[in-house]
Write a protein that binds this ligand. Structure first.
Ligand code: CP
Length: 340
């Protein structure tokens, strides 16, 4: 695909070559993400960061990534603080905001809404998630993380084994990730979910059509044995018709340190797009895993910065100009601060 001037709305847009290009640029962004270097390549550019659903990681990391490239950010969070609360349409909102900023990130609770918003504007739109549909940039940073954690290039991930665990029906990060992983060769997917929350058929059929193996099981312990990566998801309570309906599945799968030690190989990487639900009765990835070095969830979240920086640079056509306006940072960056 041509990144420059494109919307980023679905992982369907990418080829393996696109991912290699994006990840090479993201690799070059690592010193900026690690606060060793700073650049002003996007000085003067403004990001419109529009989030109509709750978010911590995507909203802040998109904004921080744009800031780290030297650009400015204008945020809006929640319908109640935008004029959509007064009945303004997606079309009008898109046309208006396009006059103010250079690129837009948008999250919205309705499937297809970000695409509809993008169709009304002349500036690039990057999806930050559309309901139970897709979350393409999360999948990009997830695959970037898998590659780093397993210390293999994309082509060397041939034959990798991954267990996708939890709410595979509504979990949009899984929907985007399975499409990206399907660009690799011979991936072995184990789908661990209750029958009612299994992966949508069209996504499973497409992965099979591309030559991957898929095995579905409701049994957590069977599903997480003999895999390279476990990708756990939160129960997407907000997508159910009632809280009582979601409650039936809460806590179905909880991976504790004891479960990990008993059922997983020592090199198995633990991933989660976050937020994980740390309330009693949920704990899909238990807090007692926090000291386990194979828990990659915070490294995974950190990878959102270089990957999103790379996307902005490519879409705005400055990927070759980043270093020209760069320097080392002036401020002190602590590696660790102990609390007495
Ligand atoms: N992974 C993710 O999208 O997290 P947020 O909902 O906090 O943005």
């Amino acid at each position: 695909m041509l990144f420059r001037g494109s919307h980023i709305l679905s992982t369907d847009q990418f080829t393996l070559g696109d991912l290699q290009r994006l990840f090479a640029v993201a690799q070059g962004m690592e010193p900026y993400a690690a606060r060793r270097r700073t650049t002003r390549v996007l000085e003067g550019a403004i990001l419109g960061n529009l989030f109509f659903e709750p978010s911590t990681r995507s909203r802040i990391s998109f904004g921080a990534a744009f800031n780290r490239l030297g650009g400015s950010v204008r945020d809006t969070t929640g319908f109640q603080f935008s004029s959509m609360a007064k009945g303004e349409s997606l079309y009008d909102t898109s046309r208006v905001v396009s006059g103010y900023v250079d690129i837009i990130v948008m999250r919205h609770p309705t499937i297809g809404s970000v695409r509809e918003f993008a169709a009304a504007t002349h500036i690039p739109v990057i999806s930050g998630g559309d309901g139970a549909g897709e979350h393409p940039t999360q999948a990009l940073l997830d695959l970037y993380t898998i590659r780093k954690e397993l210390k293999r290039d994309l082509t060397e991930l041939r034959g990798m084994r991954i267990a996708l665990v939890g709410d595979l029906k509504f979990g949009r990060t899984v929907h985007s990730l399975i499409k990206l992983l399907s660009l690799l060769e011979h991936v072995h997917f184990t789908l661990v979910a209750p029958r009612e929350l299994q992966l949508p058929d069209d996504l499973a059929e497409e992965a099979k059509r591309r030559g991957h193996s898929l095995r579905a099981t409701p049994n957590l312990y069977e599903g997480i044995s003999n895999v390279d990566v476990i990708y756990t998801t939160r129960l997407q309570q907000e997508r159910f018709t009632s809280e009582a309906e979601a409650e039936r599945f809460r806590g179905s799968y909880s991976i504790t340190n004891a479960v990990y030690t008993r059922y997983c190989g020592p090199g198995t990487v633990l991933m989660h797009p976050l937020p994980r639900d740390s309330r009693a009765g949920a704990m899909e990835l238990h807090d007692d895993l926090n000291a386990n070095p194979q828990l990659a969830i915070f490294r995974q979240a950190d990878n959102g910065i270089p990957v999103r920086m790379a996307l902005f640079a490519l879409v705005l056509g400055v990927e070759d100009k980043v270093e020209a306006s760069a320097r080392n940072v002036n401020w002190y960056v602590p590696a660790r601060i102990d609390v007495e």
